[in-house]
Design a binder for this molecule. Sequence first.
Ligand SMILES: O=C(O)CCC(=O)C(=O)O
Length: 293
Amino acid sequence: MPAFIPTEQERAAQQFSPDTLFQAVRAFNRDGFLVMEDIMDTSVLDGIRDFLVGEGDDIRKPHKAEEGRATGNFLQAAPAHLPELGSDMLYKNPFVLQVINAYLGARPQFIYTAGNNATKGERCDRGCIQVAAQTVLCDFTPESGATEVWPGSHRFTAITDHEEKNSGFAMEIRSEVVEKRRETHPPVQVPCRYGGVFLRDMRLWHAGMPNSTHADRIMLACGYTARWYQCEGTVKLPIGTEHLYQSSDLVEVMSEFLPLEEYLNMRNVITPNQFQTRLHLDDGCGRRDIEEM
Ligand SMILES: O=C(O)CCC(=O)C(=O)O
């Protein structure tokens, strides 16, 4: 599916036209993912990228238990403790918020930030559960480990398709279900240019893929949920940055401001309540901790 790229008029208005929005929302509903390119000036990302690449050299040695120890993949979130780098620009991109408001309903809640650095190696974490807006910090190609997705899988997947595998990090889709789907709707790796944003319905089957280049492949995700979903997750941020993370007509920031040291300890961690809802759902997935899944 080709990327959505704003026209000159849309860029000037910082909004897609109703026609483009219709096509974007239709494609997102159908496929479960959407790529938008040229929706921001990449110079706002250069400083964040350089910081993360440098920091990656220190992180990649002592891997955390839940991550790809054998593979080189690790979580690495936006540096909100260095506000001069502009991480706050990620959650308030007007094109992203416009599409997500149309897809999830008015004034979604911003409930987490995270990021993945795929260096050389294999990893796989097909999972299900909201919308992740992944800003890509280099050109994503099959060689550099562009995310694999299974188009349309968000429309039928259920908790019963999942099982716990060795990684213990997240549930994976049962192999027999995956192989059956492959026969008719095989997966694709989604290319996206530096500074583009890849939206993913979080029910969509997806996998991190090996990066065969020698350069880090980093994406930074902002997670949004529909208001009615009543998600328990909060965005962990350092005290002192409150003025940068304000709610608006387009988004409610579910923030939790922490002392610097606590923020730094939490920054690259996925917390158990991040995706959990207060709803009581019949299939049990609402109350299930990610650790149990
Ligand atoms: O980093 C990627 O390509 C995939 C991201 C992912 O698997 C996730 O955020 O759950």
